[in-house]
Design a binder for this molecule. Structure first.
Ligand SMILES: Nc1ncnc2c1ncn2[C@@H]1O[C@H](COP(=O)(O)OP(=O)(O)OP(=O)(O)O)[C@@H](O)[C@H]1O
Ligand SMILES: [Mg+2]
Length: 365
């Protein structure tokens, strides 16, 4: 079975290598002529704000004729220096174009921004400006909307990997997704996600992605500020929303004759959540928090992008080992070789990872 990541990266890198253009939308829909937009800078008339934070692009807030636009300009070189980073801008343009085509066939994508224009050669995406805040604190509305946006994308064959707070905006009424640099195509009827062969890395799924990239950082903050019971109450909301969302997802995929293997895999999560909600929610929290903090720590160590939150995640993992080693083991939270280590050995391993994270924090700057 081919590896989906390798196939995708090879194809996209070859596309970039050929220097081809990729466009969607109409230049006429842009607020200013394209040659002005490609040279946009903080002094351009109408620019009200510049966001440098993104790893792929600069984003300018541009006001023209009473309307505001987000002008996204690709960095000459993505700061994420791997094949996925290098191809993320092309990837984003392709996803917008594909979603546009599906919209033209009458499919609605709630909570997905609708850009006016994009061009690879010009390194440009022009979208309506969303007046809102990046989402790192959650309530029921926000949870329901992010799960709905992610679910409809999945149903239409789009798997979004990065729901980090910088990629989710809330305008006070609705949640919006707009950055599709790491959203890849897959077949939701026959595949679980876009990792490995599509069927052999079952740990990645919609709820896991939203939780790992965003919700568990929020739950960790609640746990530190208000204690475990408050975190569990917030986590209960998450699981209730996830359960309803997966009910819709399973019904949709089943109605379209999805593979039993995929349906059973999704049903497995809902069974776990139902059991947790009815019974021992703390045990489910321990297992899922372990999974998410562990995955995010891996990402940060791998990308050498450790922050204060990375260290807090390490501290959470260390105290889980200290307090709940037996439960971590019996609940299946520990996988592979880690499941065979005793408490002292596992603790030593995570103390070493924490030291590594501290070193990377200094160099990450
Ligand atoms: N349409 C929009 N309306 C309002 N703000 C936006 C819009 N698009 C982007 N932004 C702001 O600009 C920031 C960077 O945008 P975006 O995430 O698309 O860039 P990026 O460089 O691809 O990010 P990443 O670091 O995820 O690679 C966002 O976090 C958001 O605050
Ligand atoms: Mg982003």
């Amino acid at each position: 079975m081919p590896d989906l990541n390798t196939a995708r990266q090879t194809e996209s890198l070859a596309f970039l290598e050929r220097g081809c253009e990729f466009v969607f939308g109409e230049p006429g829909a842009c607020p200013l002529p394209l040659d002005v937009l490609v040279d946009i800078h903080p002094g351009t008339l109408g620019v009200e704000q510049v966001l440098h934070g993104g790893l792929t692009a600069w984003v300018f807030k541009l006001r023209v004729g009473g309307r505001c636009f987000a002008i996204k300009r690709a960095r000459p070189e993505c700061k994420v220096q791997n094949p996925d980073g290098a191809t993320s801008f092309l990837n984003e343009l392709r996803r917008h174009a594909e979603i546009d085509a599906l919209r033209a066939r009458g499919i609605d994508f709630p909570g997905v921004v609708r850009p006016d224009f994009g061009s690879l050669r010009k390194g440009l995406v022009v979208s309506p400006w969303i007046e809102g805040e990046q989402v790192s604190d959650w309530d029921v509305r926000r949870l329901e909307q992010v799960f709905e946006a992610g679910r409809v994308l999945i149903e239409n064959g789009f798997f979004e990997w990065d729901f980090c707070s910088g990629n989710v905006l809330d305008d006070g009424r609705h949640i919006w997704l707009f950055d599709f640099g790491y959203m890849y195509r897959f077949d939701p009827l026959r595949q679980m996600n876009t990792a490995g062969t599509g069927l052999n890395v079952p740990q990645f799924h919609l709820a896991e992605r939203i939780e790992t990239r965003n919700l568990f950082a929020w739950l960790l903050r609640i746990e530190s500020a208000e204690g475990v019971d408050a975190a569990l109450a917030a986590y209960r909301l998450v699981k209730e929303v996830a359960l309803v969302s997966y009910g819709h997802l399973i019904a949709n995929l089943r109605g379209r004759a999805a593979r039993e293997e995929v349906l059973d895999w999704l049903r497995g999560f809902t069974t776990d959540w139902q059991q947790g909600l009815r019974g021992d929610l703390a045990a489910l929290y321990l297992r899922e928090a372990w999974r998410s903090h562990r995955l995010d720590l891996d990402d940060d160590l791998h990308g050498k992008t450790c922050t204060a939150t990375t260290l807090r995640r390490c501290d959470w993992l260390l105290s889980a080992i200290e307090r709940d080693h037996a439960l971590l083991k019996s609940s299946g939270a520990l996988s592979g070789e880690e499941a065979t280590l005793d408490r002292a050995a596992l603790g030593a391993r995570y103390r070493a990872l924490r030291s590594q994270a501290e070193r990377y924090q200094h160099t990450a700057g």
